[in-house]
Design a protein around this ligand. Structure first.
Ligand SMILES: [Zn+2]
Ligand SMILES: [Zn+2]
Length: 384
């Protein structure tokens, strides 16, 4: 079965929704206008219930099928990224420094497209909970909605989500059972020394020299401490220090990310990071503190739900079961930690990748994703 007919007919309408959201990106938990736009569309579509303001700007909307049955959750993310846009599209971001570079405009649109079909046809036994979350990129949104008890409150028993991928041909779904996306952690290493005149380094404790040694030594955690058969990434992405060529600064900072698939590997990296930084700091006469704000769970797909989703994806347009997980992270992992379900990528055709300034969601993927979500509901909640 290809794309569902009535969803194919709504392609232009979905593109209009998507481009409106693209033009008006919002960041983090503050998806105020986006959520209002979504709620307005859901009211037009005629869903049965709309619950707004969950996890600050999240929405849960319910559509009831023709017969009673369990509740299935479908989740889309609504937030954009704090970065400039270079697509040159007529609907490019009108908000300086904010951009839908991860396709969440498309995810929200696909879920609204599925909602339109499901509210019209209702060929399922049970209830669909449409979950629109803010703050996927900051790793706060899913947890904020879960903290308000959405799974119990709406009786969600299984939960599914899709994410666009510019690494695959249009319409090709990819997924795998078990570990699929990495756990994501950040680190912030703050080094404090004693600043002074750069001509007299012996009178200061140079945090820049210590920062450089630490940054090099941290590279040995993956190469020397991690089990070679474990998938572990440690990337240093920020180094900051100093304000003038002739001043030794008093402090320096190293920031970055840790990605892996097990709690053991994550704990090992954090332990070695502490040992290395404290050892270097002691040797070089500076002090160091290490902190972290982000700790996303790995996204681990459940066997039966992944098999069902893969069957539906094959029916709609094709699916590939991957041999390896991705090192990228997904806030949706937190939802899969509470309920069985699955996460899939949907190919939108090869082009600029997500988080690049010229990335743009392909509107041709929207009817495919919406058909998948709608058909998944019909398959997961079959009528008698
Ligand atoms: Zn992203
Ligand atoms: Zn994303």
């Amino acid at each position: 079965m290809p794309v569902l007919n009535s969803i194919a007919d709504a392609e232009a309408q979905m593109a209009g929704w998507r481009q409106h959201i693209h033009q008006n990106p919002e960041i983090g938990l503050d998806c105020v206008k986006t959520a209002a736009f979504v709620a307005e569309r859901l009211r037009e579509i005629g869903v049965d219930e709309i619950h707004e303001g969950i996890g600050r700007t999240g929405i849960v909307a319910l559509i009831k099928g023709r017969a009673a049955g369990p509740t299935l959750g479908l989740r889309a993310d609504m937030d954009a990224l704090p970065m400039p846009e270079t697509t040159g599209a007529p609907y490019a971001s009108q908000v300086p420094g904010a951009m839908h570079a991860c396709g969440h405009d498309g995810h929200t649109t696909m879920l609204m497209g599925a909602a339109k079909y499901l509210a019209e046809t209702r060929n399922f036994a049970g209830t669909v909970a449409l979950i629109f979350q803010p703050a996927e990129e900051t790793g706060e949104g899913a947890k904020a909605m879960l903290a308000e008890g959405i799974m119990d409150r709406f009786g969600v028993e299984r939960v599914f989500a899709i994410h666009t991928s510019a690494g695959e041909d249009l319409g090709v779904f990819t997924t795998r059972p078990g570990p699929f996306m990495a756990s994501v952690g950040d680190f912030n290493i703050h080094i404090t020394g004693r600043g002074g005149h750069a001509a007299y380094p012996h009178k200061s404790s140079d945090p820049v020299a210590a920062m450089l040694v630490m940054a090099n030594a941290l590279q040995t955690i993956v190469s020397r401490n991690a089990d070679a058969t474990d998938e572990v990434v440690l990337s240093i992405t920020q180094v900051n220090a100093g304000s003038a060529f002739n001043v030794i600064p008093a402090e320096a900072r190293i920031g970055g990310t840790i990605r892996c698939f097990s709690v053991e590997a994550r704990d090992m990296v954090r332990r070695r990071m502490k040992e290395i930084c404290e050892g270097v700091a002691a040797a070089m006469g500076v002090s160091v503190t290490i902190s972290s704000k982000i700790d996303l769970d790995p996204t681990v797909n459940h066997e039966a739900e992944t098999a069902l989703a893969a069957e539906v994806a094959a029916e709609i347009s094709g699916v590939e079961i991957l041999g390896h997980p991705h090192m990228g992270g997904e806030d949706f992992g937190a939802m899969l930690g509470t309920r069985p379900g699955a996460f899939l990528f949907l190919g939108q055709g090869k082009g600029p990748l997500v988080h690049e300034t010229d990335f743009d969601f392909n509107d041709k993927a929207a009817p495919i994703g919406a058909s998948f979500l709608a058909r998944l509901v019909e398959r997961a909640l079959p009528m008698g």
